[in-house]
Ligand binder design. Structure first.
Ligand code: HEM
Ligand SMILES: *[C@@H]1O[C@H](CO)[C@@H](O)[C@H](O)[C@H]1NC(C)=O
Ligand SMILES: *[C@@H]1O[C@H](CO)[C@@H](O)[C@H](O)[C@H]1NC(C)=O
Length: 507
């Protein structure tokens, strides 16, 4: 019996392997360029993900194989404009998100960002969109709050010992204070001046749970996680109790006000300011539960800290390199000539510097995964069946086409000041730092306003140079997280040297 079963089993295994091999070789992926191993296994890609190196790996595959590349069975990446339009812009918001986005639930509750399908998503987005429209972001009291926080940053820089401090920390505090002002004012944070609030920011920014969260996504059964936990081989689960509490406190204070109003009671406590997200979410007509409101707020808060903080940190570090002195001088000249703070949004050089920062250091440089819809699609000439995971990544969109971005790795704000309208249009179509279409960044105008005001406050008063790093310059290379990237060492010592104005008076 045993003699009979062994060969039968072996035969069955060989046949199954052959069937699988042939099906892989005849799959749509097989027609896509890419490493042979990646046609059969997702392990090479997953290995890079666990190393925090997904973006660089995909970029290098594009350089080797071209604008379409196979990443893993059933997963393909693109680096061309027609593909970007098809995946992210067709029918307004492009293809549906993949279940990867379930990793972004907050308080175990779905949010707009974590919603996969178009219909549910656009219903929620329509309710919130006007909070982030430029007309709302630029309301006098909204702007005044951001301005005050940018000034707090500059004051802190001037007061630091030797004017040197870790701007990774202070810029994330600034981003935290800026976004919570827009979400909650007057219940926002004051991390630049208050150590307790700074600790909330640290809790969110120094999260180190990448391997655990990836494992939870790839093995939802939870068995590998439990196994590795037995030996203490994984970082502890993501835990942001202080951040959760700060959001719940703001939500509860608001809902308390709503309840009093409904009872006809008067209250001295102010509710959230008119321009805030909370002022919208509190509307009982929306029918959102306390937890749904908190989840949405928590998501926007997280979306606004890392992204804005990291871009500013990379950009100021770049500007502080000796080779960028001339760029700082030009920026200073523009800011001094236009010293009306209200002009921050109409300064061409400031805009070019920031855009170049966002191009090289998009803080979400990673691919944004979507599913090919029912029936399959041609994407930039490549046929892919329904369900294939497809994506573009900002990191590569901003570098790949060297006719549009010559010397792509060079920091050169002048490329945004060109005189060729056609080239400008080509660059802008590929500008993907905020993604594009109906699922693109909702907070873009807020982020741009925050970053411009901060740069204005800093560079009209200071020159920044590399600070003393005890002989060990911080590693600023990209360290990929779940979807955003951050400077590897999460530390950036810069020195803020006060500019001396023409009259010889320190400004
Ligand atoms: C430099 C700063 C920022 C960058 C580079 C950035 C980038 C992005 C990107 C690339 C996406 C799309 C992600 C995807 O499809 O997976 C996104 C979505 C989003 N961002 Fe931002 N973001 C920034 C700042 C902000 C700020 C300050 C807020 C404030 C609340 C914000 C709120 C959001 C929200 C709510 C979404 C989800 C939109 C939706 O699902 O419809 N972002 N952001
Ligand atoms: C990340 O990927 C790049 C490109 O494939 C490679 O050169 C580099 O060695 C990788 N880094 C790590 C830490 O694996
Ligand atoms: C300030 O800078 C000077 C010169 O760069 C250095 O000698 C001094 O030790 C620094 N002081 C502090 C408190 O860091």
């Amino acid at each position: 019996m045993a003699l009979f079963t062994a060969p039968v089993l072996l035969g069955a295994v060989v046949v199954a392997a052959l069937v699988w091999l042939v099906s892989r070789l005849r799959s749509a992926d097989a027609a896509v360029p890419g490493p042979v191993l990646n046609l059969f296994s997702s392990l090479p890609l997953k290995y890079q993900e666990f190393c925090g190196n997904r973006t660089q790996y995909i970029h290098q595959l594009h350089r080797r194989y071209g604008s379409v590349v196979r990443l893993a069975p059933g997963e393909v990446a693109f680096a061309s404009l027609p593909a970007l339009k098809e995946i992210y812009l067709s029918h307004g918001s492009g293809y549906d998100k993949t279940s990867f986005y379930h990793l972004f639930k907050q308080y175990s509750t779905p949010t707009m960002f974590s919603t996969l399908d178009k219909q549910t998503h656009s219903k929620r987005r329509r309710l919130l969109a006007d909070r982030y429209a430029n007309s709302n972001v630029l309301k006098a009291d909204a702007v005044a709050g951001i301005r005050e926080r940018a000034q707090n940053f500059a004051t802190a820089a001037a007061q630091a010992p030797n004017q040197t401090h870790d701007t990774y920390i202070s810029l994330h505090s600034f981003a935290f204070d800026g976004v919570t002002h827009h979400l909650f004012h007057p219940f926002g944070s004051n991390a630049l001046r208050n150590a307790e609030d700074e600790n909330v920011m640290r809790e969110v920014s120094f999260d180190n749970t990448l391997p655990r969260r990836l494992l939870e996504y790839y093995c939802p059964s939870g068995l590998p996680t439990k196994f590795l936990d037995l030996f203490g081989l994984l970082p502890s689960p993501r835990s942001v109790p202080r951040a959760k509490q700060i959001v719940l406190d703001a939500v509860d204070a608001t809902l308390d006000g709503v309840a009093r109003e409904e009872k006809g009671e008067k209250s001295d406590a102010p509710g959230p300011a008119d321009f805030t997200l909370l002022a919208r979410l509190r509307d009982p007509a929306l029918g959102l539960s306390r937890m749904q409101i908190a989840a949405e707020c928590m998501d926007h808060m997280a979306a606004g800290i890392e992204t804005t903080g990291d871009v500013l940190c990379w950009l100021m570090w770049q500007l502080s390199q000796p080779a960028c002195r001339g760029i700082q001088d030009r920026l200073y000249a523009e800011l001094r000539e236009n010293d009306d703070p209200a002009k921050y949004d109409s300064l061409p050089y400031l805009n070019a510097v920031l855009k170049e920062g966002l191009r090289l250091y998009a803080s979400i440089p990673m691919s944004l995964p979507r599913h090919v819809p029912a029936g399959g699609r041609f994407i930039d000439g490549t046929w892919l069946p329904e369900g294939t995971i497809v994506s573009c990544q900002p990191y590569t969109m901003h570098r790949f086409d060297e006719d549009v971005f010559p010397n792509p790795d060079e920091f050169n704000p002048d490329r945004w000041l060109g005189t060729d309208p056609e080239l400008d249009a080509e660059m802008n179509r590929r500008f993907f730092a905020f993604s594009s279409g109906g699922r693109g960044c909702l907070g873009k105008h807020l982020a741009m306003a925050e970053m411009k005001m901060l740069l204005q406050e800093v560079y009209q008063r200071f020159e920044t140079v590399m600070g003393d790093t005890d002989g060990k310059p911080a590693d600023m290379s990209f360290s990929d997280q779940i979807i955003s990237s951050r400077p590897k060492d999460q530390r950036c010592m810069l020195k803020f040297v006060p500019r001396v104005s023409d009259e010889g008076v320190q400004t």
